[in-house]
Design a binder for this molecule. Sequence first.
Ligand code: SF4
Length: 468
Amino acid sequence: MRKELKEYNFDWMLWSCFSAASRLKSGTEKEYQHMLRYIPYFRGVVETVLATGKPGQKFIEICAKYLDNLVNAKERGYKTAVTTFCFSPVIFYAMDIMPICLEVISVMLTFTYKRGSADFLDFCNEAGFTETSCSSQRGSLGAYLAGVGADIDMIVTDTPGVCDTNANAFSFAAAYLNKPFFQLDMPPDLTGNRSDEYHREDYKALIAFLEEHSGRKLDLEKLRATLQEAEKQDELIAELEDLARFVPNPLPVTYNFFVYASRFLFAGMPECTGVLEAMLEVAKQNALEGKSGIAGGTEKVRSFFCYIDHYVQSLKFWQMLDEYGICYQGNILSRSWASNAPHVKEYGTYEAAYSLHTDNLEKLIDDIALLNSRMPMIKSIRGPYDSPYMWLQDTLSLAKMYKADFIVYNGTPGCRNTWGMVKLLARDTEKEGFPTFIMYADAFDERVQSWETTRDRFLEFLTVRRLI
Ligand code: SF4
């Protein structure tokens, strides 16, 4: 890794950027415009996010708060756990453990610097980890492997059987850094007594691991309070998802990202609730006025993203959606699998959903085990793509319900489990009448496909399929 990158603490460096960004709007508009000139690359993200008003402001503030918690975790008496986006942080917050979510931090880094996460991605390979792995962990993991980030106490993941490149990144990190390591396993069947029982017992073993390595017993009352907040968040998300069914959709393109990123950072914490409430307020007002959430004001066509988003090149992809009036009807990361989610009610898929019974202390651990097993990716990719409640069923039911005109797949070259089945999935979605576009860009590493090529191919698809 270049010497210059070791000069500053990695987490502090990111925190200082987000902390400054969260205060940019506290002056006059003239001062704000003047400041933007000093952040030529980050300004694309800052302007897009802050243009959404209160929700964007709150979102940048919680990013800064998360990084502040990370920088000061040890001084404040918290243990730290490196973890993944498909692992609900609720249990960590209930046990005073600071979750270090690698994928979210990689996105933050990609957003902030023109150089993106390349140096940290490559350092993982210098350290011996395969370059065919997912870029979303490597983008920030390199910093922790190089010892320029927070001091890590343990490593926890839940992706074996779902995404092996993800699982391998965490086991490599545990071996390289010599840290305690725990992974929840995901049986290929989502539903049924055997799977439910497996999830529960596995989760109890996780709690024993966390208690041993944090030196703290799980306080059920604290877990209950955290789950109550998560319940409130599920309600707010259900309302937002319901509003997204309107034509035009009153939700701005960026809202899906705010939903899942806020949950990955602060599920079960008031910070996440604050962002969701601010979003709901704006979305309700737009809906009352019959307004589209598209920045240009006119919804022309509706897209559903069956996998993840595209985070590099300073949010240009989302700016392009706005430019062409393309409404964003969610992706696999933004959907809730709580039993009150509109799509669960619409299709009656309660068996594949989770419910929280926070009035019953006995059931809390069972509930959180099932909540965790319905996290994005863990929920839909664990079994064959066309099995009940898996990727194909989820994609088609959501695309239909949200009246999408076409479907987009984007991931990373490391997504071996989805690359192995995406062409079959696209064949099936096309048969159902959805033009389906497979992107070959890397969601986190712009060296894989240039922005110009990404844009040209996307627009070519839209033109050839007569969508624009
Ligand atoms: S499925 Fe793809 S994006 Fe998700 S963790 Fe695995 S390799 Fe990364």
